[in-house]
Design a protein around this ligand. Sequence first.
Ligand code: NAP
Length: 312
Amino acid sequence: MKDGVNKLVIIGSGPAGLTAAVYGARADMEPLLFMGTKYGGQLMITSDVENFPGFAEPILGPELMERMKAQAERVGAKLVQDDVVRVDFKRYPFEVTTPSQTVKALSVVIATGADPKRLKLDSEMRLMGKGVSNCAVCDGFFFRGKRVAVVGGGDTAMEEATFLTKFATSVQVIHRRDKLRASKALQKEAFSNPKISFIWDSLVEEVLGSSKVEGVKIKNVKTGKESLLQVDGLFVSIGYEPNTKVFAGEVELDPRGYVVTRNGTTTETSVPGVFVAGDAHDHRYRQAVTAAGDGCRALMDAEKFVEEKLRG
Ligand code: NAP
């Protein structure tokens, strides 16, 4: 803090934000991180994490986030459990506002992530992490020798369905229309995979099972006919929504709401001094480890920016 101005404010507390905080604290940037009222990002709704380097045994998503948070605090980052409700990037120093305060910042890292879109069923939320998943790369491994269904007709659904055939005995794609939205190449790959079959014009009405997924109830939207499908897992792959509404009009967003970076190799946004890390920008890789790597890159960019500012 210099003259009431923070050197670095980080917004978001998933792997991207917390990694930026660890690097920031160690670089004497005295980071102030707004965690949001729900902290921890998508890992808070993930069960076993088996692909984060350094953990020979699986670790629960919330426990991994707890450790990242403890690490950030131990090295001196200041974490505040508050939502950012407004930012002003047109003034400098920047202003970041929560319901209880407005702080000034020489640099900002946006790490607010994205949320997978949901079917908005109570049963889907109840069985999340118990057979319902939004990420085949993260959870596909647990469905070796099992039957799964994938909801969606876009590129993500086709990629996830194809990926899941490595483990599952059958993958049924449930799509609400009779045509896929996915690219021709991904469609072709899915159509030619003998383990994948399609259920057209259908919506999932309920996920069945008490402590784990045992099936899904689906309804054909053309005939109104309901049927039950016995599966052990349901992958909801109907797109993502970046958590960037608060930045609209302040940094450039693409038409889907992802923060645009100025060039391919740095984390700079359209506003010098504002950087982005993780899923708020990255709709391609979306992994905890890539988000963490991005948090490190954003911090290094922010540190260089602030050093140059302070040097005058
Ligand atoms: P998307 O293209 O928006 O597709 C979402 C799919 O889910 C659509 O088929 C949609 O149905 C369906 N859907 C949406 N809401 C639904 C609901 N409430 N209930 C049932 N179905 C629902 O999303 P995405 O597949 O995640 O792709 C997002 C972007 O990333 C796209 O631009 C895509 O090209 C890109 N991407 C590219 C690659 C690649 O190039 N390898 C891989 C992944 C993603 P309708 O078709 O009826 O709308």
